[in-house]
Design a protein around this ligand. Structure first.
Ligand code: 0X9
Ligand code: ZN
Length: 301
């Protein structure tokens, strides 16, 4: 076994250590893929979870966490999902017809910075044109409607969009990897906090894709699995605020029909500072929704 747990929030080295452990312990179920390097030269890891039954190429689900550094419940849930899929035999059915790509920490530099320097840091840690302000908002840096509403040209802003779309090594590596697999990835899920909401594109403005009703129906059916926490479901720009350059919009724009941002617990009492005693309840509540997503994706060619 391994000492990873979901009763506290973990440093990046613990998370990466757990991923390596899983890959070496379960080589026929787990592949650890290094998709690139962060600005501060940390590796960027995607875990592929699969089983070896035919067909060789299955429809896949992508899940990422840790786009925003301070949203600690997000990497915690992503690693919990990895653990449930890999180490809990009762969940084997979830791998039968679907492959999983899970990136628990897309912004590792920011995540480490929240542990050692500034708990409420949000962005990457790249050097900008400002001598005093670092970092780009990775969720304003994706290449669809980049630079639109809800973004800033000011490097000191928490929603700084960067100098161009995919200026950040983290968003560039992630988007390149997803593009390479885009024909198999049928569902894109990105984990954030907070607010308890399932947000549906488009988020760049209050605009609805032509297949919005399909996206809404699946999201509603997924959150109906939750028993402890109530989530609202709706258009991202309407429910939150218009914000361009988000990863969800970009995933939708490249043809991934089902693309969602999940804003996890809570609704604001603790906000980003969700106590560690909430990690397990949030994760246990969320996991059954993956049955709904996997069942849908299994039907998609
Ligand atoms: O503002 C964001 O990036 C997300 N909220 S957060 O509090 N986690 O920062 C919402 C993003 C929703 N999606 C788009 N606007 N595209
Ligand atoms: Zn976020």
């Amino acid at each position: 076994g391994h000492s990873m747990d979901w009763t506290s929030y973990h440093r990046l080295s613990d998370i990466y250590g757990y991923l390596s452990y899983l890959a070496s312990t379960y080589p026929n179920r787990v592949e650890l893929i290094n998709i690139g390097t962060s600005y501060e030269k940390r590796p960027l890891y995607v875990v592929r979870i699969f089983n070896c039954s035919s067909p060789v190429v299955k429809p896949a689900i992508w899940i990422d966490g840790g786009i925003h550094a301070r949203e600690w419940i997000s990497p915690a849930l992503a690693t919990y999902i990895i653990r449930q899929l890999v180490e809990v035999p009762a969940n084997a059915a979830l791998l039968r017809n679907v492959d999983w790509y899970i990136m628990p920490v897309m912004n590792p530099d920011g995540y480490e910075y929240t542990h050692v320097s500034n708990r409420l840091w949000r962005k990457t840690r790249s050097v900008t044109s400002s001598t005093s302000c670092r970092g780009v908002d990775p969720n304003r840096n994706f290449g669809y409607k980049w630079g639109g509403l809800g973004t800033s040209t000011n490097p000191c802003s928490d929603v700084y969009k960067g100098t161009k779309a995919f200026s950040e090594p983290e968003t560039l590596a992630t988007s390149n990897f997803i593009k390479g697999k885009a024909s198999s990835i049928k569902l894109y899920l990105t984990l954030h906090s907070y607010g308890q909401a399932a947000l549906i594109p488009w988020g760049y403005d209050v605009v609805y894709p032509s297949d919005y009703s399909d996206m809404l129906a699946l999201a509603k059916s997924a959150v109906s699995k939750f028993t402890k926490y109530r989530y609202s479901v709706g258009n991202a720009a309407a429910l939150y605020y218009p914000a361009a350059g988000g990863s969800d919009d970009w995933a939708k724009s490249i043809g991934i029909k089902y693309s969602y941002t999940f804003e996890l617990s809570d609704t604001g009492a603790y906000g980003f500072l969700l106590p560690a005693s909430n990690i397990l309840p949030v994760c246990q509540d969320f996991f059954p929704a993956l049955d709904v997503f996997a069942a849908k994706v299994a039907t998609l060619k």
